[in-house]
Design a protein around this ligand. Structure first.
Ligand code: DGJ
Length: 727
């Protein structure tokens, strides 16, 4: 492997590069880290873009005799308060005299020939295809050390960053803000893209022109949240297919912030990290604090190029290697079939039908434990409800095994119901303080995960079910956001520190379980995609991305999430009509095609389905099995956006380029849409392809540049599918 990181002593630059990208930092005056370039690879950098500084009113000067030299005009690698920068600081650290620590200066650097792991936090997995630059700085007055981490990979257009603070003084210091990355770049960028949403409407695209001022998204809900998941992109004249796109994400599942600031000189700053609103962390003498990793992507090939970067990186460096590219089971989940009304009899019937139809797994969702007949009780009472399952779950699991069907189970381990036995035995396990009555949401409280006893209880409960039943799959749900962030047991934890401690505790629990049971498939869920972020992806190879199973609404949810998440990590289920969330009735064919666009399963009443529907399900499952590896392990490209038109379209291109599946969903029928035409780039333009369904022959060039015209029948919500093979 060629060396990826160089320090050029003559030019005083750190240059991180592989054959695609470069990231260049100048060490100016042997003190300051100035950002010089991030983008396409540059072999020989000679400061061509170094801004010509000018004396400006209001600027505070770093050097007494150089009035044009101010932090305000410099593109920085990190920033502090009160030193003339005046833009959003990436660090806010108070010393014990309540003064901000602001004057960090360069000390030295280290280059490691691998990536780095982070204590207590999920991180890009250790790799020798990477190198890491660590730059050490110190504020001598405050005796605080700052370390900036940069990792670059030989096979990826991604750079990860993280920040570490060490208190070398004798008194405690208080961290109020620590960005994982702060980048001053892209003076001409036009737009910012982020995603927003809520329950049943996750990952909706927002595009905004970047105006002067400060724009911030994030979460203060104790979870990354569906409202603003931790992803932003900055782009110049880009679309799905072309243009420069800079993408940012945070490997974290709790409160986060993304800050975009356009200043008075048109400079642009992008910061990512723990949400600084309401955050603080006390660092005693000799203690360190490390931020989560930020993931920075550069694409020259538009948003699809950015997707290739993230998919490749998540697959190779984030998802549990045990599960990456491993066959994902086609499951039937009980939720939309029975809701809380589950029983041995019903589940055995589900198993019979699942066996008949070709399913590989049955998942028993909510309602199987305690006295759980609705959402008002029993979270925490993880004992099987004997009225519903008189012979325990063992009998159901055995029944499934005899039919060669795997069995999976739902839990919501982080919660406790006010109406539960657990709360009577352990009232002190509720996350709350001693004065306020905690707020309920979905009639439940959080457990105080910072309490070691609670951690052990969750690990023990889940372990015993895995071991006693031989579970192959667990759906880990989390259905509320955080209020009352306090611990009765660890009452010294400040509320401003608690939410991060909670997430660290959750990671500890997940680490322990995933490590202990690598063969178990853990599926992430938070009322659907309420905690869909790279941190959770590290532990959960797949996520139930929305409780909205409507085949129209799901197009945009899937389209949004597919920007970052590999297809195998996004699950989708075929459900009944009229759809339970929207009341809409869409044909089976379209519903099946939409679910088949991801990691596919079902949650519909397969017991009482008519024989005609059962035939369709059987055929659909059979067909998906034959295409599964192409869908889940290929290059994914978006072709037409539901956010911009009546048509959603996407493609799966085999890694060897020899085969492709293309879906085209046309939603409302419109009288004036005569021609339904989609152009499909990314194929080999010099090759000829056959559509395996119609046997039509097309050249790669004509599909890319003239497009393919599809039938446009008088009907809403239709789907077309091409299955192309190179001849
Ligand atoms: C919310 C999840 O998103 C649903 O799929 C289901 O598991 C329910 N919780 C159960 O309460």
């Amino acid at each position: 492997m060629n060396q990826l990181i160089h320090y050029n002593q003559e030019k005083n630059i750190f240059h991180l590069s592989n054959n695609k990208i470069s990231y260049i930092i100048e060490l100016e005056n042997n003190d300051y880290l100035i950002h010089r370039h991030w983008g396409k690879v540059i072999d020989n950098y000679n400061f061509s873009n170094k801004p010509k500084l000018k004396k400006r009113t209001f600027a505070a000067n770093l050097k007494e005799h150089e009035q044009d030299y101010s932090f305000e005009f410099l593109p920085l690698e990190f920033s502090t308060l009160d030193n003339g920068d005046f833009r959003s600081p990436s660090l806010k650290i108070l010393n014990s005299d309540n003064q901000y620590i602001t004057r960090f200066k360069y000390v030295n650097y280290k280059i490691l020939d691998n990536s780095v792991t982070l204590d207590n936090l999920p991180h890009a997995r250790l790799s020798e295809k990477a190198e890491t630059l660590i730059i050490y700085l110190i504020d001598n007055t405050g005796q605080v050390e700052l370390q900036l981490f940069y990792t670059i990979y030989s096979d990826s257009n991604i750079i990860t960053r993280s920040t570490k603070i060490t208190n070398k003084s004798t008194a405690p210091i208080e961290i109020e803000k620590i960005s994982s990355s702060s980048t001053d770049v892209l003076y001409e960028s036009q737009e910012v893209r982020s995603f927003s949403g809520t329950h049943q409407r996750e990952f909706q695209l927002n595009t905004k022109k970047i105006e002067p001022g400060l724009y911030k998204t994030g979460s203060n809900r104790g979870a990354s949240g569906p409202q603003h998941p931790p992803f932003v992109s900055i782009a110049r004249d880009a679309n799905e297919f072309q243009g420069e796109v800079y993408g940012f994400s945070l490997l974290y599942s709790g409160n986060h912030e993304e800050i975009i600031e356009r200043d008075q000189y048109n400079q642009l700053r992008i910061q990512l990290g723990l949400n600084s609103d309401g955050f603080s962390w006390t660092l005693e003498s000799n203690q360190s604090f490390q931020s989560p990793q930020a993931i920075l992507s550069y694409s020259q090939e538009g948003y699809n190029g950015q997707t290739q970067n993230f998919h490749h990186f998540f697959q190779n460096y984030i998802i549990n290697p045990e599960w990456n590219n491993k066959k994902r089971p086609i499951l039937i989940n009980s939720w939309e079939m029975t809701y809380f009304d589950v029983s041995e009899k019903i589940i055995k019937n589900v198993i019979n039908s699942a066996h008949e139809l070709g399913f590989e797994m049955v998942v028993l969702d909510d309602g199987w434990f305690g006295e759980r007949n609705d959402s008002s009780s029993s979270l925490g009472d993880w004992t099987v409800n004997k009225e519903k399952f008189p012979n325990g779950l063992e009998s159901v699991v055995e029944y499934a095994e005899n039919k060669n069907i795997d069995f999976g189970l739902w839990f919501e381990p982080e919660m406790i119901s006010p109406n539960s036995k657990l709360i009577n035995t352990h009232p002190e396990w509720v996350m709350r303080n001693s004065t306020y009555e905690p707020l309920q949401s979905r009639r439940q409280y959080f457990l105080d995960l910072t309490n070691k006893e609670v951690q052990d209880f969750i690990i023990m409960t889940i372990s015993s079910y895995i071991e006693n039943l031989g579970l192959k799959y667990i759906k880990w749900d989390m259905n509320r956001h955080m209020t009352d962030p306090y611990s009765l047991i660890n009452s010294n934890i400040k509320s401003s520190t608690f939410m991060h401690k909670y997430v660290l505790s959750l990671y500890y629990i997940l680490d322990t379980l995933v490590d202990k049971y690598p063969q178990v498939l853990f599926e992430n869920c938070s009322s659907g995609g309420g905690r869909l972020d790279p941190g959770m992806l590290y532990y959960f190879p797949q996520t139930w991305i929305s409780d909205n199973t409507d085949a129209f609404d799901r197009q945009s949810i899937f389209y949004g999430a597919s920007n970052f998440f590999p297809i195998s990590s996004l699950t989708a289920h075929v459900s009944d009509v009229p759809n339970h969330q929207t009341g809409r009735s869409i044909s089976f064919n379209t519903r099946a095609a939409l679910a088949s666009s991801s990691n596919m399963g079902y949650e519909m009443d397969i017991i009482n389905a008519e024989s005609n529907l059962k035939d369709k399900i059987k055929r659909h499952i059979n067909n998906y099995k034959s295409e599964r590896s192409l869908i889940l392990d290929s290059k994914f490209y978006r072709l037409s956006s539901p956010f911009e038109s009546n048509i959603s379209s996407w493609m799966y291109l085999a890694n060897n380029g020899g085969e492709a599946i293309v879906y085209v969903f046309r939603n409302l029928y419109k009288i004036n849409n005569l021609n339904l035409n989609i152009r499909i780039p990314y194929l080999d333009e010099n090759a000829v392809y056959i559509d395996l369904n119609t046997k039509h022959i097309y050249s790669g060039a004509e599909i890319a540049h003239s497009g393919i015209a599809f039938e446009n029948p008088k009907q809403d919500f239709i789907v077309h599918k091409l299955h192309l093979r190179k001849l």
